[in-house]
Design a protein around this ligand. Structure first.
Ligand SMILES: [Zn+2]
Length: 243
């Protein structure tokens, strides 16, 4: 008997998704976000970088503009209009005080009940090593959910008018190797496909496969891989940390 994944909580109104790179949310999580915004919830995106180191053949200055444009288009497909960039450096994001402060500031501005981030663990399961940027941003986001509520951590934020926000109830970590919760990937699947397809320049540089075929295959396989733990339904999975 496989341990079953619990359904994600739905009694919330605002979420903030914090990730390292353009495309981090689209490789799976956007299907869940599509359903949430469709149900009238607000979701905002915060990206630590513009993904400027992501395409080998394009220099970072030009790449940043392309990937920012693709990220905004991807977000729009799933009903997200607020997309912010922190401009940490792609590939060499440092976990630390600066990153925690930047994320805490965004949490205080957006006042979410649910914070979403990408896998902060060493691997994506088995021998699939995670990247240092994902680990740094995921950890900083888990920490910043608490920082945002404490007046005496980063007092300079309050001086800038960002009052503490202790209302984060959960941090949901997408693509964790230790998922606890899930969303049915079926209803949002076509939105998820179109959202990931908006990263066209990135995908065309990544693979020789036809982009839509590549995207459909990836999202079908990843959402099917957890279905056994979710009553046979394809799933977008999360490791949920309650606060
Ligand atoms: Zn990434």
């Amino acid at each position: 008997m496989t341990d079953q994944l619990a359904p994600m909580p739905t009694d919330w109104h605002r979420a903030l998704a914090v990730v390292a790179h353009p495309d981090d949310l689209e490789y799976g999580c956007a299907g869940a976000i599509a359903g949430w915004t469709d149900g009238g919830r607000e979701v905002a995106y915060l990206l630590a970088t513009r993904g400027e180191a992501g395409i080998d053949t394009v220099d970072p200055d030009r790449c940043a503009a392309v990937r920012e444009r693709e990220q905004r288009a991807s977000a729009a497909v799933v009903g997200v209009s607020s997309v912010e960039f922190l401009d940490h450096r792609d590939g060499v994001i440092e976990y630390g005080i600066d990153l925690r402060r930047d994320v805490a500031a965004a949490i205080r501005r957006h006042r979410p009940e649910l914070v979403i981030t990408l896998n902060h663990r060493e691997t994506f399961g088995g021998v699939y090593w995670n990247t240092p940027d994902h680990v740094a941003v995921g950890r900083a986001t888990l920490d910043a959910a608490a920082d945002a509520g404490n007046r005496w951590i980063f007092p300079e934020l309050a001086e800038q008018g960002l009052e503490p926000w202790g209302g984060v109830r959960w941090v949901a970590v997408a693509a964790s190797p230790h998922p606890t919760h899930a969303v049915d990937a079926g209803p949002g699947f076509e939105h998820a496909v179109r959202s990931l397809l908006e990263h066209r320049a990135y995908i065309e540089a990544l693979t020789d496969e036809e982009p839509e075929a590549y995207v459909r295959k990836f999202l079908t396989e990843t959402t099917a891989s957890s279905s056994e733990q979710f009553g046979g339904r394809p799933a977008v999975t999360f490791e949920l940390f309650s606060r």
